[in-house]
Design a protein around this ligand. Structure first.
Ligand code: SAH
Ligand code: SF4
Ligand code: F3S
Length: 446
């Protein structure tokens, strides 16, 4: 019998990517096969994000485009899941305005996907499996099948949820409280991946630094990382994300001691102004953050540091914004993910007065990006002449004569295709020959 085809479109962060790999794993076990072509699918699933309005609008408008597919193929099943529909008002939007969506389920129902599919296959009516985290706190289920996208690169979720309630952020509402996986389960999964030839493992959690605090026997993240680094094999471990209030010197010491830890730290600062940080409920001051940055730069020379910044948080004055620019000059980030503040329904900041007007936010964003471009080009220029070990990612997306690779710190390097080209997932040595803001050009050495 011909297998049913499933198409999954994932919006949002790596956590969602990892969830989609589990959803696909479960579907494959039920006899579905993945297709990259939405038009030929028997089942289309959108795994959505709610972190900013833009993410939601994108998911909703893409869902809107499915109407004509459903009209052409009545047997097509359409599902929407993930963070966006975990919000009551968005679930209602789907119910009322998108009648061709057959089923909806929230982030605490991933482990139930097999049962959901069996109901959906039989159902004559639309099905909504959405419960708040108060009704269903979610549980960690081990041993679910996972269908990974790449053989050499894997996401390993070590915990779910978030307890921090930064005042702008929807994540704690749509992902529930922190729940850690057992360290043995994480270890076994990573070991299995390495044995199967995986070269890059990314440990995922909204705040990996609070990993293990909720376990019956608390198990701190630095300890987990140290243990995973002891696994034999040629691989690199990354992790994200770290909250500055919980990232410790001990963690940096573990990274410094193990060549298996990526020389990269993603440490979201959000703002350089202590007043704004306080109103964001971030629970650190810029100087605390900077002390940690200095420590990691001293302990791990050449470490690549990246961050997230929010522009136009309610009440952000010119002085507050200048503090963010000054923070960027001092920290010399190697990459910045900058976001315009987006009010999220149900979060405290959405009720704050003193919204920053759009023109002001736009102007600030442009200034931030210009400064970052200068800093990044200067940072990359410091690598000129150096030979670095990089992980080959295959053909460059922008130039057919080049391959692309990432340095140990996650920097993008393009290099001309050599005579015996390396394969995707191979480690290569590249000599840095040209520095640009978003990438370096390298020469193939070995
Ligand atoms: N748990 C991670 C990631 C959260 S979402 C962390 O704490 O860093 C990723 C980024 O989106 C955040 O770091 C923040 O910069 C941004 N973000 C979250 N909510 C936002 C909002 N309402 N408006 C604009 N940016 C937001
Ligand atoms: Fe959101 Fe803050 Fe939690 Fe990150 S730490 S997910 S920004 S509430
Ligand atoms: Fe978006 Fe949910 Fe991730 S809101 S950023 S997909 S945790």
């Amino acid at each position: 019998m011909k297998k049913k085809l499933i198409y999954i479109n994932t919006f949002g962060c790596q956590q969602n990517e990892a969830d989609s790999e589990t959803l696909l794993g479960i579907a494959e076990k039920r006899g579905y096969e993945a297709t990259p072509h939405m038009e030929e699918a028997d089942l289309i699933l959108f795994n959505t994000c709610a972190v900013r309005e833009h993410a939601e609008l994108k998911a909703l408008s893409t869902t809107g485009q499915l109407k004509h597919l459903k009209e052409k193929k009545k047997s097509l099943k359409i599902g929407v899941c993930g963070c966006m529909v975990q919000q009551e008002h968005r679930k209602e939007d789907i119910k009322q305005k998108y009648p061709y969506v057959d089923f909806v389920f929230g982030t605490n129902k991933i482990a139930d996907f097999d049962r959901i599919l069996s109901e959906v296959e039989k159902a004559k009516k639309r099905l909504f499996f959405v419960e708040s985290y108060e009704e269903n706190p979610g549980r960690i289920v081990e041993g679910l099948p996972v269908s990974r996208r790449y053989p050499y690169r894997a996401y390993v979720s070590i915990m779910s949820g978030c307890n921090n309630f930064c005042t702008y952020c929807i994540v704690p509402y749509v992902r529930g409280r922190e729940r850690s996986r057992a360290p043995e389960a994480v270890y076994a999964e990573v070991e299995g991946l390495v044995k199967a030839g995986c070269r890059e493992i990314t440990l995922l959690g909204q705040n990996v630094n609070s990993y293990g605090k909720d376990l019956a026997e608390p198990y701190p993240f630095p300890r987990l990382l140290r243990r995973l680094c002891e696994i034999e094999g040629d691989f690199v471990i990354k992790f994200m994300t770290s909250h500055p209030k919980d990232a410790t010197r001990e963690l940096i010491d573990v990274m410094a001691a193990s060549p298996k830890c990526e020389r990269h730290f993603h440490l979201p600062l959000q703002s350089g102004s202590d007043g704004i940080l306080k109103r964001m409920n971030r629970r650190y001051r810029f100087e605390d953050y900077y002390a940690l940055v200095e420590y990691m730069k001293e302990k791990i020379p050449g470490i690549s540091l990246t961050t997230d910044l929010i522009v136009g948080f309610p009440g952000e004055t010119e002085e507050d914004f200048e503090a963010t620019l000054e923070a960027m000059r001092r920290c010399r980030f190697d990459g910045v993910f900058s976001f315009v503040y987006s009010p999220r329904k149900g979060t405290p900041a959405a009720e704050y007065p003193d919204r920053v007007p759009d023109e002001v936010t736009k102007d600030r964003m442009a200034r931030l990006l210009a400064l970052q471009q200068t800093v990044q080009t200067e940072n990359n220029a410091r690598l000129l002449g150096k030979t670095l070990r990089c992980l080959c990612e295959g053909p460059s997306k922008t130039d057919a004569a080049f391959l692309s690779a990432r340095t140990d710190g996650g920097r993008l390097v393009h290099f001309p295709i050599p005579e015996n080209p390396p394969r995707e997932g191979d480690f290569v040595h590249l000599k840095m020959s040209e520095a640009r803001a978003i990438m370096l050009i390298g020469e193939f050495v070995s």
